[in-house]
Design a protein around this ligand. Structure first.
Ligand code: PEP
Ligand code: MN
Length: 337
């Protein structure tokens, strides 16, 4: 249930409503927007049907939430969520770029890649130290050693580090090094892991499961917010379809749809969506045009030597060209990049 307060309501009205809800066993979630204050009541809605909240001072209307997700919904929080991390904003006017190799390989290669990204104005260096690989025989990532390489390159370049967490047992370790935690496609419905990152202080990039519906995707984000971490960034990275020419099929309509349904920032990962570097620029531009708040791009100085996802990794020169093109599209849709 959401309780919409009248414009110019008294602080006391708000306190009274919150107290009433808590007395009834609900958790009250307050969202103070530019024009309206909204109180979301989290709990068994059936109880509220008998309670005349409409007649409380300051209340304009009481509306049921028909969707199964609440905290992530626009109804609960009409204004966009802007996530601030070390001086950068995600979900604001500027479209952010998260780029780097699929896997952290060596400190030298990581440094080379980071240096190549800097002229394009990239603030977020993304690379995996824990890799979820289809084959148990494939490179699984360097673990803490990889995190230390990321840390060293952050020190040197000032870039912020985005890296994947796969196992709740590694949360403390990964949080020690990461500025933003990535939850990968294969773990989108690892509810134990979602609960875990719901309790941390870092922003989380949640990637859409490869066969997940939009509703399932939002329910997974709800798990994180329900624990108290409201800094979630949704990432569309392509879904499984009958098509095999591309690695996945980018669901471009997910971008405007998610922006309608939720206040959370939405970014797009064209690299994993298409699986081939030559298609990434066109799809990245489409994502910017569709309203994405960010792009997640795999870049490698020598894709032919990459430990993982070489075929979809862009060379720095092509990446720089693509960013310039994306910048023009961003301007056309009233954003900056
Ligand atoms: C990755 O980001 O390198 C990755 C493994 O992506 P996804 O979880 O989308 O497959
Ligand atoms: Mn990858």
């Amino acid at each position: 249930m959401i309780i919409v307060l009248k414009p110019g309501h008294e602080d006391d009205d708000l306190h009274r409503i919150v107290r009433r809800l808590e007395d009834l066993g609900f958790r009250a979630h307050i969202s103070k927007g530019e024009h309206r204050t909204i109180v979301g009541a989290i709990g068994d809605e059936r109880i509220l049907r008998e309670v005349p909240l409409e007649s409380m001072p300051g209340v304009e209307s009481v509306l049921p939430i028909l969707k199964p997700y609440k905290l992530v919904s626009r109804e609960f929080k009409p204004d966009d969520t802007i996530i601030r991390v070390n001086g950068q904003e995600i979900g604001g006017h500027k479209i952010q770029v998260f780029a780097g190799p699929c896997a952290v390989e060596s400190r030298e290669v990581l440094e080379e890649i980071a240096e190549a990204l800097l002229p394009s104005g990239v603030h977020f260096l993304r690379g995996g130290a824990f890799k979820p690989r289809t084959s148990p025989y494939a490179f699984q990532g360097w673990g803490e050693k990889g995190l230390k390489f990321l840390d060293a390159v952050r020190e040197r370049t000032g870039m912020l580090v985005v890296t994947e967490l796969m196992d709740p047992r590694d949360t403390v370790l990964v949080c020690r090094y990461a500025d933003i935690i990535q939850i990968g496609t294969r773990n989108m419905q690892n509810f134990r892991l979602l609960t875990e990152v719901g309790n941390i202080e870092k922003p989380v990039i949640l990637k859409r499961g490869m066969s997940a519906t939009i509703k399932e995707f939002l329910m997974s984000a709800e798990y994180i917010l329900a624990q108290g971490n409201e800094r979630v960034i949704l990432c569309e990275r392509g879904i499984r379809t009958f098509e095999t020419e591309t690695r996945n099929t980018l669901d471009i309509s997910a971008v405007p749809l998610l922006k309608l349904l939720t206040h959370l920032p939405v970014i797009v990962d064209p690299s994993h969506a298409v699986g081939r570097a030559d298609l990434v620029p066109a799809v990245a531009k489409a994502a910017v045009a569709a309203g994405a708040d960010g792009l997640l791009i795999e870049v490698h100085v020598r894709p032919e030597e990459a430990f993982s996802d070489g075929p979809q990794s862009m060379r720095p020169q092509a990446f720089a060209r693509m960013i310039e093109e994306c910048r023009r599209v961003a301007e056309a849709v009233g954003r900056t990049l």
